[in-house]
Design a protein. Sequence first.
Length: 287
Amino acid sequence: MTQAVEDPTAAASGNAATDAFKKKDRAHADTSVERANAIYKDVLSSLGDIIHKHQVTYDEYNVLKQWILELGEYGEWPLWLDVFLEHEIEDVNYARHDYEGTKGSIEGPYYVPNAPELPAVTELPMRDKDKAAQALHFKGQVTDLEGNGIAGAHVEIWHADEDGYYSQYAPGIPEWNLRGTIIADDEGRYDIKTLRPAPYMIPHDGPTGWFIESYGGHPWRPAHLHLRVSAPGRREITTQLYFDGGEYVDNDVATATKPELILHPEDAADGSVVVNYNFALDEDRGN
Ligand code: MBD
Ligand code: FE
């Protein structure tokens, strides 16, 4: 099934994520020929082992070929790679240079740089419909590893609405809805009002969804907030936060949860939930 795609989720969000990735300032990797050779050999020999181990048939090979073509046609390469592979890349790279501090997690396909700056005490841009959801009051402090506040740290935040849609990746949502770059105060503190996101189903009506169906899996991620926290001279951290006891926290299709990244919100008198979470940033020692 390779016809053009009308569905707003799979194809539109897939192609939007592909276009966004192409526009990104992709760092040039100065991988040596020796290193490329070593990686290429291991990749192919691992794949060869799998093909032999499972005695993969020509029919299965042709299904794979067709599926890969469709993954490209639907623009879902960023989605599939970020869901199934990015957590391994994140794992390896977080641990470089003995970095400590707040744990990272995957960026995923829906980050947009340069979200409008907002003051330390703020509310994310949202529609009336978003205001009808349960309110989340998220506050805390950006510090160094000794707990000293970092004045003016940047806390970029982005998350889905109650329906599981991200602005700029679904039609009809204001450009910067539920996105912002919060500038922490003189002590590194921030105090953000937003809505509590719901568990998130990744676009599942395209090739990524067929892939999941083929092995009897589910397309769900636990409810999550995406964050990128940075300050001059500090190691920037890209991470996600989840909700204690939430569905799929222990069964994330993207394998991107960590115990350190679970929020424990408390109910407030006005029906909202309140939570404090601090970010500790190590010194920048390069990537
Ligand atoms: C998301 O919102 C997400 O965070 C990931 C990792 C993949 C798809 C959609
Ligand atoms: Fe997400």
